[in-house]
Design a protein around this ligand. Structure first.
Ligand SMILES: NC(=O)C1=CN([C@@H]2O[C@H](COP(=O)(O)OP(=O)(O)OC[C@H]3O[C@@H](n4cnc5c(N)ncnc54)[C@H](OP(=O)(O)O)[C@@H]3O)[C@@H](O)[C@H]2O)C=CC1
Ligand SMILES: CC(=O)N[C@@H](CCC(=O)OP(=O)(O)O)C(=O)O
Length: 304
């Protein structure tokens, strides 16, 4: 059976990547609107309601508006924006963490930083290794394509920076989904930054032993992560004895790699995730979710 899929926002950074992955698939009839109609509400309403699945690759306000245009109960929605990630009636699009994406009508794709944070933390909270009131800190560095067309233009015009920190006054829009989907009692302190590289991410959660269940070891943390991810094709728990992690490590793929390190004394730990902000962090995750929703091979169009 062929599914009709409409991408709203198909010429943006995330939308273009999804479009490239879906074009040429025999199980999908891909619909996008031309330059003259792509922001025309009537044209978008028609395309949305003619589709089996709609992928929203829009700023939050435009994504909210798009959802109000859905009239046909058949239409299923994947929203790549942050508009619905803690909203009632929406399924969080992180199937490896047990969310029922295949059966969902409305799926909210995770944010790129939360993808790394939640992969590292949620299995450990569920296993009772991290206390829900542990007071976590998460640091992340993203390639500049994480900021969409505007940030790409800024960096490619030479107006970026080798590395810059932002969200200095905290309260980044990704904090609510990190808190909710890790089942934390309090919001983590989130320290995002951008590097002068097109794509790729490194996300880190440092931990004191006091934030963990007594006696927790690197092996216990790895085991808890492996119990969640070992049978999943995109998320790998590394046991490699690496001494360096590069932002390029999973760039250009839809993979995510999780590393666990500990001090020799066992009093401090460092959890690290690498991924591509446009792979498992956005477009790759959207295609993965779409495959599940339309019953396609889960890895079609993905780079494992
Ligand atoms: N880039 C990334 O790595 C990630 C992005 N996301 C999220 O995905 C969404 C899209 O981001 P991204 O692709 O980076 O952003 P871009 O700015 O690159 O693209 C957004 C696109 O939406 C279009 N658009 C804006 N308003 C409307 C409207 N009312 N109707 C139709 N089209 C509209 C824009 O048009 P125009 O071209 O005219 O500006 C643009 O093409 C955002 O919510 C973002 O937060 C999520 C995870 C990672
Ligand atoms: C580098 C950069 O600016 N990144 C974006 C997040 C990209 C992303 O994940 O988009 P969502 O917010 O839709 O999840 C930011 O921090 O706002």
């Amino acid at each position: 059976m062929t599914a009709t899929v409409y991408i709203d926002g198909a010429v943006g950074t995330t939308g273009l990547e999804i479009r490239e992955r879906l074009e040429g698939r025999s199980d999908i009839r891909l619909v996008t609107l031309g330059e003259d109609r792509r922001k025309d509400v009537a044209a978008r309403r028609e395309a949305i309601n003619d589709a089996d699945a709609v992928i929203l690759c829009l700023p939050d306000e435009a994504a909210k508006e798009a959802v109000t245009l859905v009239e046909n109960p058949r239409v299923r929605v994947i929203d790549a924006s942050s508009a619905h990630r803690v909203a009632d009636g929406w399924t969080y699009g992180f199937p490896e963490l047990g969310f029922d994406v295949a059966g969902a009508q409305r799926v909210s794709n995770p944010g790129c930083y939360p993808t790394g944070f939640l992969a590292l933390v949620t299995p450990l909270v569920r296993a009772g290794l991290i206390k829900s009131d542990a007071g976590l800190v998460v640091h992340g560095t993203s390639g500049y394509s994480g900021g969409g067309k505007a940030m790409i233009a800024e960096f490619e015009a030479g107006n970026g920076s080798a590395h810059r920190a932002y969200a200095l006054r905290l309260g980044h829009k990704h904090v609510p989904e990190m808190t909710r989907h890790a089942a934390l009692a309090g919001a983590p302190i989130f320290l995002p930054s951008v590097a002068n590289i097109h794509r790729g991410m490194v996300i880190e959660v440092p931990l004191h032993a006091a934030q963990l269940a007594p006696g927790t070891t690197v092996a216990a943390i790895r085991d808890a992560l492996a119990a969640t991810f070992d049978d999943t094709p995109l998320v790998r728990v590394s046991t490699d004895d690496v001494t360096l992690i590069r932002i390029e490590d999973d760039a250009g793929t839809d993979r995510m790699t999780l590393h666990v390190f500990g001090s020799p004394a066992g009093d401090q730990f460092r959890l690290v995730a690498t991924l591509d902000n446009l792979g498992k962090g956005a477009s790759g995750a959207a295609v993965q979710n779409l495959n599940l929703m339309i019953g396609a091979d889960p890895l079609t169009g993905l780079v494992c």
